[in-house]
Design a protein around this ligand. Structure first.
Ligand SMILES: Nc1nc2c(ncn2[C@@H]2O[C@H](COP(=O)(O)OP(=O)(O)OP(=O)(O)O)[C@@H](O)[C@H]2O)c(=O)[nH]1
Ligand SMILES: [Mg+2]
Length: 279
């Protein structure tokens, strides 16, 4: 898919394309594997910077509008007095989400990707100098709304959270397995709307998750009413403390990534058609 839409290339990594290695034939596959390799190297550098300050970094992924920013707003309201939070926002355009986060009284940095449907490690590195990591415990990265591509790019974070809102349908883990397999927690959001929907089953969504051989907790919650938020908030607080301990032990945590990302991002071989003369 990504070789077709060109989404591997962002303003953060475009310069690598301008200086392709001359020692080997340059094919689409070489270019893509170079970009992914550069991404992984930058992700490693980002993670080292976060770990130098024992900052836990959580990547939020979901389709557009499933409630990532609303979850952050509700989370910040509950935790900002005990945990020092900052947010990196990813969208194609606008500063809207960063403004919503700043209105909660915590720093937020907006990355606008232009055409790219995901964040990558170089885009995140671009905002890192603005973060006062010595005075932050937890960074959330709200990825671009997209249920596919964000799961293929390590940003230098530690944990992945995938959101599924009840209006999207309970079969999404089955249809978009890559992102749900990468999740450390799946949050089923907007549960306050369940009484108005006759075809979303939390149990079925969880069954679809289990069918991916994923044992991770599936947590139903509503940012609007606060229902179910306690389990999420308890996990976050525990993670922040666990990460401090990890770093003190000279350890870190790499997020679950789609291991065969390059292969999956190549287009299917297409049948060759003979051109037909126009009549
Ligand atoms: N009823 C209800 N609405 C919600 C809830 N969470 C979010 N919404 C609404 O859903 C819409 C989208 O929420 P956002 O938080 O902007 O979604 P998002 O995932 O950040 O969207 P993008 O950043 O565009 O991908 C908004 O109108 C929210 O008010 C919820 O728990 N219950
Ligand atoms: Mg948002």
């Amino acid at each position: 898919m990504c070789t077709t839409c060109g989404c591997q290339v962002t303003v953060g990594n475009r310069h690598f394309l301008l200086t392709p290695p001359q020692t080997q034939p340059v094919t689409a596959v070489t270019v893509l594997s170079n970009l992914l390799q550069h991404n992984d190297e930058q992700a490693h550098r980002n993670r080292s910077q976060f770990d130098a300050h024992a900052v836990l970094v959580i990547n939020l992924m979901s389709s557009p509008g499933s409630g990532k920013t609303a979850l952050l707003e509700a989370t910040i309201q509950k935790l900002k007095d005990t945990i020092r939070i900052a947010v990196i926002e990813g969208d194609l355009e606008t500063e809207n989400d960063a403004e919503r986060i700043r209105a909660q009284g915590v720093p937020a940095y907006q990355i606008t990707t232009g055409t790219a449907c995901h964040l990558d490690a170089h885009l995140v590195a671009g905002v890192l100098p603005q973060l006062d990591l010595a005075n932050i415990d937890l960074v959330f990265i709200e990825n671009v709304g997209n249920l596919v591509c964000p799961a293929s790019f390590d940003l230098g974070h530690h944990r992945n959270i995938t959101l599924l809102s009840v209006t999207e349908g309970d079969d999404k883990p089955a249809k978009y397995p890559v992102m749900f397999r990468a999740a450390d927690r799946v949050l089923i959001t907007k549960t306050d709307l369940l009484p108005h929907l006759d075809d979303f089953s939390v149990e079925k969504a969880e069954r679809c998750q289990r069918a991916l051989a994923s044992p991770v907790p599936v947590l139903p919650l509503s940012s609007r009413t606060g229902e179910g938020m306690d389990v999420w908030l308890d996990w976050l607080q525990q993670e922040v403390s666990d990460h401090r301990q990890r770093v003190a032990n000279h350890q870190t945590l790499k997020p679950k990534m789609q291991e065969d990302g390059l292969k999956r991002h190549q287009p299917e071989p297409r049948p060759r058609f003979r051109p037909v003369a126009r009549t």
